[in-house]
Design a protein around this ligand. Structure first.
Ligand code: SER
Ligand code: ZN
Length: 549
């Protein structure tokens, strides 16, 4: 029998309880003395009181760490240590924190923090893995500049940013872009690079590498092409250029997620980057191209602009999934990509929305953030961006995105910041639209047709069933793309975007010579379950004549 007293009760964290950290981090210096059973991590961190927050007690996250020594401004201190971290008395002014801890990467089987995969050191810090590396305010709204020194015999030693020095047994890296700890990465091992180069549109030369274990060198070419296409696409479509001298990808065999967007050092599950014409299918190639693009696109939507807290996960994931889907559509076939995404959405996300795990795109409470890397946050999060783009139009979307990058570069943001940018760029009130972020469940959209005196009317009603914790639902803003097809198969009304905001709403099309057949929800313009009674003959007619693939 399990001893109940030994189990820590799960703690619920609420969005509404957010408070900023009491200190800002001016810079971080880390030294790693690598050893599988006893890696030493020496940190030197400059803290300053955050003028926009109350200081309270000084708490640093830290889990499974052995503290060897701690100093404040050079004086030894004895912090109070718990399972979650440490607290310590600190000066009422800027100060330097220094600590040395020991960790055991070879015994880290959670694959969070610093661990070993086939003799190679690697890290995974999203969402809360950095606290298993050293004591730190491990929250995404604490951003800082990192300098990292790695000491060890491994031939390749990598971290974020640009390489600044290396020699016998050491390598140093400096990342000039302030980042949260979840984007920290370190890799060390016997690796081989598949190198290339990319020149950005402003003429900056970037060194590219895909690092693999010896023997896998011939499986990198496709991934490298995908990376270069992604870099070019983000310049052409979003005006976003790469911002370091080097971009490294590493393939790792033991990796919990598909891949991770660590600044300048993306780490991939091998299956998501390695490909060869002999063994990979067309679907493998498309998936690898999409994941490489996804992680690369995070450099702006996730890294340069990150999340204030983990409730805002969809801010980076929904947007980045939307961006990678647009990229795949541009590289391949737009309708094929859309159809396969919708099949996937209906199979996975609708099911999630309809069951006991239903949750809003932006959850309001959690016990374990790792359980929220879901189809709702990612895929429904991307659908919400798609609806926003449809509602405001392509030009206004581009304007809003430019404003987002201008206004929030270097910040940790919220969904409110994101929607404010659209309100400011377009003058539109998005109060009701925001329900897409707070209300769980898939709306049912019922439609009934009426034909009289040359006027065709669509009567819509929407209803979202109750989900756990949300018994009553309010009407959502639904962008419904509709076209009308005449009896001879010609389109008599091209795609029109109806904006439904009420529970029941009707839209009429007049001056028609004959009753048309409607094509409703073109492009799957809103993530709803469409309830529209049609017969086989009408479906066959649409199959033959609808202009929407
Ligand atoms: N942040 C990672 C990603 O979505 C986690 O899988 O790219
Ligand atoms: Zn992502």
């Amino acid at each position: 029998m399990k001893d109940a007293a030994a189990t820590t009760p799960a703690q619920t964290i609420y969005l509404a309880d957010y408070t900023p950290f009491g200190w800002s981090v001016e810079d971080v210096h880390l030294t790693f003395r690598l050893a599988p059973e006893g890696t030493r991590v020496i940190s030197r961190i400059r803290f300053a009181p955050n003028p926009d927050a109350s200081q309270g007690s000084f708490f640093l996250h830290g889990e499974d760490l052995t503290l060897i020594s701690a100093k404040i401004d050079g004086q030894a201190v004895s912090p109070e240590i718990s399972e979650e971290g440490l607290t310590c008395a600190v000066p009422d002014a800027p100060f330097t924190w220094e600590a040395e801890v020991e960790i055991a990467p070879a015994k880290n089987f959670a694959l969070e923090g610093l661990y070993m995969s086939n003799g190679m050191y690697c890290t995974q810090c999203e969402a809360e893995g950095f606290r298993k590396i050293t004591y730190y305010p491990d929250r995404p709204d604490v951003m800082s500049v990192f300098t990292v020194r790695i000491e060890g015999d491994e031939p390749v030693k990598l971290s974020n940013g640009n390489p600044v020095a290396s020699g016998e047994g050491f390598a140093e890296w400096h990342d000039p872009w302030p980042k949260p700890a979840y984007l920290f990465a370190l890799v060390a091992g016997d690796l081989i690079a598949h190198p290339d180069r990319f020149t950005t549109r402003s003429g900056k030369e970037v060194e590219l590498n895909i690092y693999v274990r010896p023997g896998d060198e011939d499986k990198c070419a496709f991934g490298m092409e995908a990376l270069k296409k992604s870099m070019k696409w983000d310049e052409d479509v979003y005006g976003r250029e790469y911002d370091l001298d080097i971009f490294n990808i590493v393939a790792v065999d033991d990796f919990n997620m598909g891949a991770m967007e660590n600044k300048g050092l993306n780490i991939f599950n091998s299956s998501c980057v390695l490909a060869s014409p002999e063994t990979s299918t067309d679907a493998n190639f498309e998936r690898i191209e999409a994941i490489i693009a996804h992680e690369y696109f995070h450099n702006w939507t996730g890294n340069r602009i990150t999340c204030r807290d983990w409730f805002q996960l969809c801010l980076k994931e929904g947007l980045t999934v939307f961006r990678d889907a647009s990229f795949t559509a541009d590289m391949r076939s737009e309708p094929v990509k859309r159809i396969s995404d919708v099949i996937d959405l209906r199979a996975r996300q609708f099911r999630e929305d309809n069951g006991p795990l239903a949750h809003p795109v932006r959850p309001e409470s959690f016990q374990e953030i790792n359980n929220f890397y879901t189809a709702t946050v990612y895929e429904k999060g991307a659908e919400v961006i798609g609806m926003l783009k449809r509602l405001v139009g392509d030009a206004a979307y581009a304007k809003a995105l430019d404003l987002y990058f201008d206004r929030h570069d270097g910040q940790a943001c919220t969904i409110e910041d994101w929607l404010q940018v659209f309100e400011d760029a377009t003058g539109r009130d998005l109060t009701q639209f925001k329900r897409w972020y707070s209300q769980a469940g898939t709306p049912r959209l019922h439609v009934r047709e009426e034909w009289a005196d040359g006027t065709f009317t669509l009567h819509f009603s929407q209803q979202t069933p109750p989900t756990p914790g949300q018994p009553d639902k309010l009407p959502q803003v639904l962008p419904i793309a509709v076209g009308l097809i005449g009896p001879n198969g010609d389109e008599v009304q091209g795609t029109t975007l109806l904006e439904m905001t009420e529970t029941e709403q009707s839209f009429s099309f007049s001056g028609l010579g004959a009753r048309p057949v409607p094509s409703i929800l073109r492009g799957f313009s809103a993530p709803v379950i469409l309830q529209h009674e049609t017969d086989t003959e009408t479906r066959a007619f649409l199959l033959a004549h609808d202009t929407d693939p």
